[in-house]
Design a protein around this ligand. Sequence first.
Ligand code: ARG
Length: 398
Amino acid sequence: MKNKVVLAYSGGLDTSVVVKLLQTKYDYDVITVTVDVGQDDDFKDIEEKSKAIGAIKHFYFDVKEEFAKGYLIPCIKANGLYEGKYPLATALARPLIAIKTVQVAVKEGTNVLAHGCTGKGNDQIRFDITMRSLMPTLKIVAPIRDMNLIRDEEIEFAKEHNIPVSIESRKYSIDQNLWGRAVEGGVIEHADSEPPQDAFQWVKTQNMPDKACYMDIEFDSGIPIGIDGKLMSIVDLIQYANEKAGSYGVGIIDHIEDRVVGIKSREVYEAPAATCIIEAHKDLEKLTLTKHEIRFKQIVDEQWAWLTYSGLWVDPLKTNLDKFIDTTQLRVCGKVKIKMYKGSLRIVGRESKYSLYEPKLATYSAGSTFDQSLAKGFVELWGLQSIIANEVMRRSEE
Ligand code: ARG
């Protein structure tokens, strides 16, 4: 009897090639695991594909709710944006996919796991570290990385072995889930040129409505609970926001990203819901948190996004940061109004029972309760050292 390997299987080019390689080059019996994090694929099709390539067993897990509750909500509370731009969709899904794959391995009595990651990306780091944190003795087989395969060689190999390759995967490397869609490779690699129309599927880039639209998001303790006046489950809410914002052209991110392995890459994302929800959440924090909380939390948020991106989801530091972040969220309750028009997004209103915005202090009109006479002394003390430093520099130049 052959040894068993459990493969995290998406049904895409890399992992399909890997099913075959694990059988022919590594001599394993292959068990595939597909984890539904909202990628909206045809999962029956994926199961059939895996069997057709020769897997002996296939598992499917719908973890959309677990993904949204355990990963996306913490990301929202942390305003999770890597390098200020990328809402971390792929990075957030990898640990959960790894966990489910390890669970199958335990059930099937094997300690050999496999994934289809290359040696150039971040996903190998996220898979390897999460898997090892659960099962330190396991063996990880990553054929694409081990054999140093490039995409064209994979396509060639797939053809030779009758593995169907979609038109899309001939052009790009795509990864998607509830929180966003990542498009890499092909002409996207030309960092100086605009991505072609066909790179986008969630966000309209033309023929958008001629009228602006509004979207209200309601938060309770930092968690989005309702949208446009309707209370919704987190999964429904994200799907609703993806569709609505996407149809108004909101949610495309195009940036140069620093991968963990040192490569700078040009990345294109579609993340309409993530873009709106994080922007709204940040705005509500500005209304309800003190400036001291906000300044410190920005440092924590940045560290949180970096850990998540870098495959260190399981590091105790991330749990520590989550605990701090949770304590800041208790007053982040209320509503934020977003206005969208042909790809632009603007927050145009916010309200909260915990608002620290005091109209009586802020107003320039009659009724102000702010005593301006207190400001004079305050300003003098506030600038004291800066004024002295300037004086000292002038003297030293004489
Ligand atoms: N650059 C992103 C990240 O590292 C997205 C990776 C997407 N993966 C893919 N196979 N297209 O999280």
